[in-house]
Design a protein around this ligand. Sequence first.
Ligand code: SF4
Ligand code: SF4
Length: 393
Amino acid sequence: MELAELIGLRPVPCGGLLVALTRRCPMSCAHCSTGSSPTAAGAPDPARLLGFIGSFGPQDRPEVVMLTGGEPLLLPELAARAARLARARGSRVALLSGMFFARGGRVPDRIMRTVTALDHFSASLDVHHEREVPRADVLRALRAVLDAGVPASIHLTGSGPDDPYLAEAVADVHRAFGPGMPMLVNEVRPVGRGTGLARATPAGPDGTSVTPCALAAWPVVTFDGTVAACCNQWTVDRRPVPPHLRLGHIAEDDWQTVRARSLGSPVLRMLRAVGPQRMHARYGTGPAPAGYCRSCHALADRPEVLAGAARDAGGRVGAVLDRLSTDQQLAAGPAALVRRMGCARYAHLVESTGERKPAAADPPAGAHPAADAREAAPPAAVASLTAEERSRR
Ligand code: SF4
Ligand code: SF4
């Protein structure tokens, strides 16, 4: 599974499931949106998490499960079990790592066993990560992942479109792999330890334009097992989660229940179709709070807006509206989505799928011991943005 397909599924309601395996991370990046660190607490109960994934049905499973953190590879055995279970149910599985293990350019066997249970592997790269693990080591480790037969991508984060770091890192990746290494380029958002490092996202021209929220499409299993409707970090961290953004808990609800709540919610349908500010403008009796996600959270205290959404999007019309909005975003393609939600200047890199340049000193493809393990893994029957996007707005 390549990055473009993964991102292309992002606007599909319940087309994916994001799972935060742990909040812990061996690194302590200055911009971390999840506030992760070696001592950060919080992880869903493993048995309940596996039970939740095991509840996927053949007709209703998410097309893709994205394992994130913190650092999901701090729990390599759990990540591998979750991946195998999801793949056995017909989902495909991707994982995003901060690459703490890559010092020296190697992928330890224990990590590689997990990587080869995946359909896609993504490495985070930015100036803060590079202070802890050199870029050259990350690129060498990615080469080993590709040689093991696992499609890979890089999630690159910079301060903005003109950040010279981004231009230099993209050129370096192209030197190492050619133009065929897909990249999702994001900008640091003012959330978590990133607060104060980044500019605030500007509001739309009138603050009320139709701006569908693609992030309201994939449910998120958060650090305490609560299932939230979106991966915005305020939503993931806030307790209680605002009722219109809470889909359940893995201790009480199965995937079918969570999916039915997401697909059937008039508020989520409207968020996915027109966005929160448009909802305030259409149904509200007072001005909407500034900020896209802030205005969404404020819906909990605006009964007149919730009632308007229930009236207009509660029935079949709401389902059709949801589907039309999804179809429109799918037709626009993954680069259009990244232009809107990531770093527009580099959005085209998400679709890089050409030949990857072989490394002169590489072993022949399949020579990595883990290649056998991949072939032995159960075949996938079918097919976020991702962790960085959780800090959106
Ligand atoms: S940004 Fe990623 S690698 Fe860095 S501390 Fe946060 S989770 Fe860990
Ligand atoms: S909080 Fe933000 S990302 Fe989440 S559903 Fe609302 S508008 Fe979308």
